[in-house]
Design a protein around this ligand. Structure first.
Ligand SMILES: Cc1ncc(COP(=O)(O)O)c(C=O)c1O
Length: 374
């Protein structure tokens, strides 16, 4: 059997990793400023993470959600403290798309309404509801096309209010920072106004923090820079450092009923052990602070480079707008300088490193980039 050919691949195969580096079988070292698409939060093969996952799989890797699982309870308590959402409830699933799917479902159950307002260029995942709320017709199959979703431009509060005034919407779904679109930030003002209008019309505000959350921007979630509290927050990617896991953080006014949401694998023992280890490492190594510091440094240095047309982002979620082809630039960074980066569209290079990235590693990238641009 061969693989269904849906991914464009680099002809490089990392077979091991350590910290912020990955290695091919012949021992060639690559600096990972892509974090496997914002997934690696505490670095590759962190000893504490490896030990926690290994110990748990040797003990009990999985049992169903029909029995008590104190690892879930412990993780929920830790996540509440780390994020500042101790009064919210947690539903665990397996991926970002699934987290958004459940968030939308919850908002719809809660209000009895069926329409969702999303934003131009948004990406929320590839399952039915999540892809319908994704502004990319190329990945929306006819089956997924629905009148239940509408899009308005990011940062346009009047457009939002005009839609919400119809009283047809159960939710507004917005990324903390748009990632796949190429790192576009909602302004703090806009997020604050969005909170006000969603409250005014009784619409759930769902913050998709799947890429922008989990410490990446120097606060636990990107929306916290604007000082707002959404009704529902979705998380995934960095949550378990590569072990598949998604999470929905749910405000106290939502009432749970038995069977309302569910999953076979969500919140399994191994995933929880991985996620607990990640938060322990966050605390021990002050990784959210590190993300802020190294992120601010990188952003400031990149903004000094005259050949870059624009540098966008916050903390370690950075988009650079270049002249010419981003994929060509990324290929050269990879082949010539052994540095992994991410892309977004034709002209944006994205940086999404682990929160463990150091200033020295940032400098290594800056030297390579400047050399290439010159
Ligand atoms: C903002 C955002 N939401 C949702 C998703 C979907 O997550 P997953 O691929 O885990 O389903 C992604 C993935 O890139 C994302 O960036």
């Amino acid at each position: 059997m061969k693989l269904f050919d849906v991914y464009s691949l680099y002809d490089i195969e990392p077979v091991s990793g350590k910290g912020n580096y990955v290695y091919t079988a012949d021992g060639t070292e690559y600096l990972d400023l892509y974090g496997g698409h914002a997934v690696i939060s505490v670095g590759h093969a962190h000893p504490h993470y490896v030990e926690a996952v290994a110990q748990q799989v040797a003990k009990l890797g999985f049992y169903s959600n029909s029995v008590e699982n104190s690892l879930q309870v412990r993780f929920a308590e830790m996540l509440g403290k780390a994020s500042g959402y101790e009064d919210y409830s947690l539903f665990l699933c397996n991926s970002g798309a699934e987290a958004n799917e459940n968030a939308i479902k919850l908002a719809s159950f809660h209000s009895g309404k069926r329409r969702v307002l999303a934003f131009g260029k948004a990406f929320h995942g590839r399952t039915s509801g999540a892809v319908a709320a994704t502004d990319n017709p190329k990945i929306i199959a006819p089956f997924n096309r629905t009148e239940n979703v509408e899009f308005v431009p990011l940062n346009d509060i009047e457009a939002v209010e005009a839609k919400l005034a119809t009283n047809e919407f159960c939710a507004v779904l917005i990324e903390g920072i748009q990632g796949v679109a190429g790192i576009h930030c909602p302004t703090d003002d806009f997020l604050q106004q969005l909170r006000e209008v969603t409250t005014k019309y009784g619409v759930s505000l769902i913050l998709d923090e799947i890429q922008s959350g989990y410490g990446r921007t120097g606060d636990f979630f990107a929306h916290q820079h604007a000082g707002i509290r959404p009704d529902i927050i979705t998380s995934a990617k960095g949550i378990a450092n590569g072990f598949p896991m998604g999470a929905v953080l749910i405000a106290p006014h939502f009432e749970a009923t038995k069977g309302m949401l569910g999953t076979t694998f969500g919140g399994n023992h191994l995933a929880c052990a991985a996620a607990i280890a990640v938060l322990e490492i966050f605390e021990q190594e002050h990784l959210v602070n590190n993300a802020r510091e190294v992120g601010e440094y990188l952003l400031a240095e990149l903004r000094k480079i005259p050949q870059l047309k624009e540098v966008r982002g916050r903390g370690l979620m950075i988009g650079m707008e270049i002249e010419g082809s981003a994929s060509e630039m990324r290929l050269q960074l990879l082949k010539k300088y052994h540095i992994f980066t991410g892309g977004a569209g034709a002209t944006t290079v994205r940086l999404l490193p682990a929160l463990t990235v150091t200033r020295k590693e940032a400098d290594k990238f800056l030297v390579a980039l400047k050399e290439l641009l010159n």
